[in-house]
Write a protein that binds this ligand. Structure first.
Ligand SMILES: Nc1ncnc2c1ncn2[C@@H]1O[C@H](COP(=O)(O)OP(=O)(O)OP(=O)(O)O)[C@@H](O)[C@H]1O
Ligand SMILES: [Mg+2]
Length: 510
């Protein structure tokens, strides 16, 4: 980190109808530093970013780049000045090739709009090589995995010679390996003098990647510290303004009958095979594995989003055929998908309607919706999950990312499922709300709900699960009891090592 101040946000204030998102917020970025920006869901992080990138206009305050005020900021102006942003959901055109996507962000087409295709491909390939990505520039962007798309975006910002690179929750859905690769790219950019604003809810990664950290709370800047001078506990306290106790409120629950049983389940479409797994009422089974191991595919197959062509699903002792999500819901299944910003909520719809969306049957009589009941239920979940919103009749699009996720979750909780499948339930959720969601899972389990939880966070898997099923290569490599599970074992199994070998190794270490 140098002493050269690159970017300053000075006394930024912004309110939306009824919500003051930022109150005289302050932020400073130096050249060659990774500056983490953290805070609870709804604290104002994304709003500040949008103001810096010119996507949103502040009510007051100024943005300075290399000491001069940016006067008429807009996405175009910010880009020309060398400010680039990468959002959690990559913003590429899925039908266009990688080269076209990179080029689109960079070139001004000539007067006749003629394009030098060869040069375009060469340049794209070179930029991708700089971020260590081996991606064919002729592939359609939509075919790439999330981490690959992210690298394409970073390559594009390299091409634009960005001085300021903003990343809003870049690792939220990355595997450990992809995260490490991203960090490597970030470090290279940093040593090239780029200033990086890094938003994340994964506090444990901050000491690894950040030089400084600024904490926002309720739209105000609480403090900026050197990362080496604060620990996790101190950060949490700055974020939430109080101490948080119980990390994983796991409770011993008397287990009931087997609620969900998978026998030799497989789907060639989903790339999974020979899945044998059962979840009992009151039990939380963690589903661990690397990205691509088939965890989400398994969840989608159980829920009827992908068709099974092998084996069977048994629900409370009864064989069932599930060919669509609506059949799954009728059988008492609920599934919170991973990509909630795309599949979890309907952005234009109000909060109340989103919460009750999957329970319309229960909330209407003779086809007439009971709006009073809807309102009560929505209000109840908003309170239980601590959703930050001025009212329940506002569209979900006005909520912060994390609060949208809480709405997606409550929609499924309202259906009172007997089997609940959660795909990365706390991804993008702040520390405070995370423990609220964990407490809620514990509560549901004690009410007899069978929970299958996919998570890439090993502490969450170990903290919440009664048993851990580890997937590798489209099937279950092993199932571990809570008392036998460890971070090391899960990782080894996820990487495809043999359980006997793993256990022998573990013994040798002891
Ligand atoms: N377009 C909008 N209309 C109304 N309110 C909005 C709008 N955008 C954001 N807000 C509100 O501003 C506040 C700050 O939101 P912001 O998205 O900046 O939070 P955040 O810190 O990024 O949270 P998260 O960690 O959940 O992503 C929230 O209360 C949110 O509901
Ligand atoms: Mg946000």
């Amino acid at each position: 980190m140098t002493d050269a101040v690159l970017l300053q946000a000075i006394n930024i204030t912004k309110s939306y109808a009824g919500v003051q998102a930022l109150k005289s917020a302050l932020f400073e970025l130096r050249a060659g530093e990774v500056h983490a920006l953290i805070g609870e869901n709804g604290a104002g992080k994304s709003t500040l970013i949008k103001i810096i990138t010119g996507a949103v206009e502040p009510d007051s305050g100024e943005i300075k780049l290399s000491s001069s005020t940016i006067t008429h900021n807009s996405p175009r102006v910010a880009k020309q000045l060398g400010i680039a942003a990468i959002y959690q959901q990559p913003a590429l055109f899925p039908e266009l090739t990688v080269a076209e996507n990179i080029a689109l962000g960079l070139e001004q087409t000539g007067m006749l709009g003629r394009v030098d295709w060869r040069e375009r491909r060469r340049h794209s390939a070179e930029l991708l090589a700089q971020v260590g990505a081996r991606i064919d520039v002729e592939r359609a962007a939509g075919e790439l995995t999330m981490p690959e798309q992210q690298l394409v975006e970073i390559a594009r910002s390299l091409g634009a010679k960005a001085k300021v690179l903003i990343m809003d929750e870049p690792t939220a859905s990355l595997s450990e390996e992809d995260t490490q690769n991203l960090f490597r790219v970030i470090r290279n950019l940093r040593s090239a003098g780029v200033g990086i604003i890094y938003i994340s809810h994964r506090l444990e990664e901050l000491p690894v990647i950040a030089d400084r950290v600024t904490v926002l709370r309720d739209g105000r800047t609480i403090d900026t510290r050197l990362m080496s001078e604060v620990n996790r506990q101190a950060l949490i306290q700055l974020m939430v303004g109080r101490e948080l106790s119980a990390v994983f409120p796991k409770k011993e629950v008397a287990l009931g009958d087997v609620a969900l049983e998978l026998r030799q389940l497989g789907s060639s479409e989903a790339g999974i095979k020979d899945i044998n797994l059962s979840v009992r009422a009151g039990e939380i089974v963690g589903l661990a594995g690397l990205v691509g191991a088939g965890r989400t595919e398994l969840a989608r197959t159980i829920f009827g989003l992908t068709q099974a062509d092998q084996g069977e699903i048994v629900l409370r002792g009864k064989h069932v055929r599930i060919e669509s999500p609506s059949q799954a819901i009728k059988h008492g299944l609920a599934y919170l998908p991973e990509d909630r910003r795309r599949h979890g909520v309907i952005l234009d719809m109000q909060i109340g309607a989103n919460v009750t969306l999957a329970s319309l049957d229960r909330l209407s009589r003779y086809g007439v919706m009971d709006f009073k009941r809807e309102k009560e239920i929505a209000a109840d979940y908003i309170r239980r999950l601590g959703v930050k919103t001025p009212a329940i009749y506002v569209p979900v699009s006005t909520l912060s990312g994390g609060n949208q996720q809480k709405i997606a979750l409550s929609r499924w909780l309202v259906t009172r499922p007997s089997v609940l499948i959660l795909d990365e339930p706390t991804q993008g959720i702040d520390v405070g709300a995370k423990s609220e969601i964990h407490a809620l899972m514990t509560e549901l389990a004690s009410e007899g709900v069978a929970i299958l939880m996919i998570s890439s966070e090993l502490p969450e898997i170990l903290g919440m699960s009664d048993r851990v099923a580890v997937m590798h290569g489209g099937t279950i490599a092993a199932i571990l009891d809570r008392k036998d599970a460890s971070q090391q074992k899960i990782l080894a199994l996820a990487l495809g090592h043999d359980l006997n070998e793993v256990e022998a190794q573990a013994k040798a270490v002891r």
